[in-house]
Design a protein around this ligand. Structure first.
Ligand code: 7RM
Length: 630
């Protein structure tokens, strides 16, 4: 579809999308292959919530990612894959080849009993087979639940269990920098507590030793030999579930965010094409792992739906050295590069000598996602990577929004460092104060909500619709609440100020403090713990854990090491605390609630500004904590 090409056009299109949302989105949906056209564009209320787009429409998203492109771009590269090791050959997979591989693996799933509506857990490294597995699920109408390979067995088990997955697709292991990640053994550990799992399909990647359980575990390379590459796409209703992706909440276990087929397809395509201003034959690289929503929407689905060439990188930004990103950009002549502020900051800290050897002259657009990008990092990215000639799109969105909501359009929207700028057509943000009173006009700061549905939005939380209502639609009546604070400046530009709840963005990964606490509490000597975030130069936020131990031990350093190892073991390395403070008590109200506000202030170093402490049960606890701050 034709993208917006001027700022005037953006404003007109925005206006139209607000005045006539159904006509607006209907026009965007028409370019796709539908088996049957929709009867009704939209049905919604935010009180249940009940949101349905393109009602009665029948389609399959993989026909739109693959089959639809075969005539025009069958021989074009769909996926460029760059290995962790720069000396391992990269791969180029055409649309024709990807279509054939997806169909073949879809037949593997079917021959192993998978069918429409089944949930399949995918726990894999960043290799092309991960994208193939995702698309093969969608091909047969199975619901994929991708779990990031950095999560450990407990987190994996929770997710397999919650979605009642009967099948897991994994690999023997994965390469990440100098490390080998043992994925299969983590799966083995996880499914000890998941009796629902009947089949495990294992890709050979690292060739490490694995135990294959007869009757349950199957090798990918053996299975694909047994089937053909002919697999017609399952006909799906636009509102059938496409995938579940778990995201951390402020309380309890992660929520399985549910996205549906039709609306997600239309929304990811529209936002991909417009935000990045993608042009035919350009090479686009999103550095996110497919285990996160950014990988789903802007590494796999959005780019493939748009017929783009999408680059997938197995490794990390600092391996073999901090020039790897820039080397890959030159090697594959990347035109559009989309990464996270935490990566930018960590590479900035390594110095310009890692940037200088590379030309970076293929770059046309730079993107940022995952957390607020500070002005300093924005300027560094702009000057040293974009050479002051590439527009930067600071894209604000969430797992729950399915796609980008607030962002400049590359080269079209005038940017301001630190601002996600303006809502995309179809996105209707409102700011409210703590009580839910709308803050109208400009120069206001409050909490970010949306008052009208968009096609890519969350439909439910898996198997627990009440939780979806509670988490997103109950704080403020008739609004979708994001959990973010936000300022609208004098020009109507949006600047996200960060989370206002008990989740933290650590290196761009959303983590629930409650989840980290329960991992810490797995340590037999820990009685209670409280986790909060503290500002961190590279990670954005670091993890600060206050813990109470059962018997006082002399060797505090040893205990801290054990706690770190426990979190690593149960949840994964991404959740390891940066700071641990052993305390004898936590600040609690008379009703026994931990006053996190106070702990947050202390971890941020604002010990002289703790606010109202009059409801504290024992003020002495606070004094002790302030004294022992690490
Ligand atoms: C895409 C993603 C969502 C949370 C969100 C924000 C934060 C994301 C930006 C941002 C400021 C941005 N999904 N966030 N993008 N904050 N500017 N451009 O990250 O579900 O993992 O996290 O991330 O707090 O609520 S997510």
């Amino acid at each position: 579809m034709k993208s917006i090409s001027t700022f005037e056009e953006y404003k007109k299109e925005y206006q139209f999308s607000v005045e006539q949302p159904e006509q607006f989105w209907e026009a965007k949906a028409e370019q796709f292959t539908w088996k049957k056209k929709w009867d009704k564009v939209l049905e919604w209320n935010f009180s249940e919530p009940n949101v349905k787009w393109f009602l009665g429409g029948k389609m399959n998203i993989t026909e739109n990612c693959l089959d639809r492109h075969l005539k025009e771009r069958g021989d074009q590269t769909a996926i460029i894959w760059e290995a962790n090791d720069p000396n391992e050959a990269s791969k180029k997979i055409t649309y024709k080849e990807l279509h054939s591989e997806v169909c073949r693996f879809a037949n593997v799933l079917k021959s192993n009993g998978a069918k429409k509506g089944d949930r399949i857990c995918i726990y894999m490294p960043m290799v092309p087979e991960l994208a193939i597995a995702v698309l093969a699920c969608a091909r047969i109408g199975a619901i994929h639940s991708v779990v990031f390979g950095g999560f450990s067995f407990n987190s994996l088990a929770d997710r397999i269990h919650d979605a009642d997955c009967h099948m897991v697709i994994t690999a023997d292991g994965g390469f990440r920098g100098a490390k080998d990640i043992p994925l299969k053994s983590v799966v083995d550990e996880a499914i000890k507590t998941c009796p629902s799992v009947q089949k495990v399909i294992v890709l050979k990647r690292t060739k490490c030793d694995v135990i294959m359980q007869a009757g349950r575990d199957l090798w990918w390379h053996e299975e694909v030999k047994k089937v053909s590459d002919d697999c017609s796409a399952e006909i799906m209703d636009a509102e059938d579930m496409l995938f579940i992706l778990y995201t951390s909440g402020s309380t309890g276990k992660p929520k399985g965010v549910v996205h549906s087929c039709g609306g997600y397809m239309v929304y990811t395509t529209y936002t991909f094409e417009n935000v990045f201003q993608y042009k035919n034959n350009e090479v686009y690289w999103c550095t996110a792992d497919v285990g996160w929503i950014t990988g789903h929407s802007y590494l796999v689905y959005g780019p493939l739906l748009a017929g783009a060439t999408t680059l997938m990188f197995e490794g990390i930004p600092t391996y073999p050295d901090a020039g790897r990103f820039w080397q890959v950009i030159d090697k594959h002549k990347v035109n559009i590069f989309y990464t996270a502020p935490t990566a930018i900051r960590s590479l900035e800290a390594m110095g310009l000598n890692f940037v200088k050897p590379y030309k970076l002259d293929s770059l046309r657009v730079l993107g940022s996602v995952g957390e607020p990008i500070n002005v300093e990092a924005w300027n560094w990215y702009n000057a040293n990577i974009g050479k002051n000639r590439c527009p930067i799109v600071d894209t604000w969105w969430q797992t729950e929004t399915g796609g980008i909501m607030i962002s400049p359009l590359a080269g079209i929207t005038p940017t301001k460092p630190g601002f996600a700028t303006l809502p995309l057509p179809g996105a209707q943000p409102v700011l409210v104060d703590e009580k839910g009173i709308e803050l109208k006009g400009n120069n206001v700061e409050g909490r970010l909500c949306f008052e009208f549905p968009w096609p890519g939005m969350i439909r439910s939380t898996y198997n627990n619709h009440a939780r979806c209502k509670e988490a997103y639609f109950s704080t403020y009546a008739n609004l979708y609440f994001t959990g973010d604070g936000c300022r609208r400046d004098e020009d109507g530009y949006y600047r996200i100020t960060g989370r206002v709840d008990d989740v933290i963005k650590v290196s761009g990964h959303l983590l629930g403090t409650a989840e980290i606490e329960s991992a810490i509490n797995e340590h037999p000597d820990i009685v209670e713990s409280a986790v909060v975030g503290f500002p961190h130069d590279i990670k954005g936020w670091g993890i600060y854990a206050y813990v109470i131990q059962e018997h006082s031990r002399k060797d505090v350093e040893e205990l801290k090491k054990e706690i770190t190892a426990t979190v690593n073991k149960f949840m994964g390395a991404i959740a390891k605390p940066d700071k641990i403070q052993i305390v004898s008590g936590l600040p609690k109200t008379r009703s026994g609630k931990i006053m996190r506000r106070i702990l947050r202030k202390i971890s941020e170093g604002e010990v002289n500004n703790l606010g109202d402490t009059s409801t504290l049960l024992d003020p002495g606890v606070v004094e002790e904590i302030v004294k022992g701050k690490v």
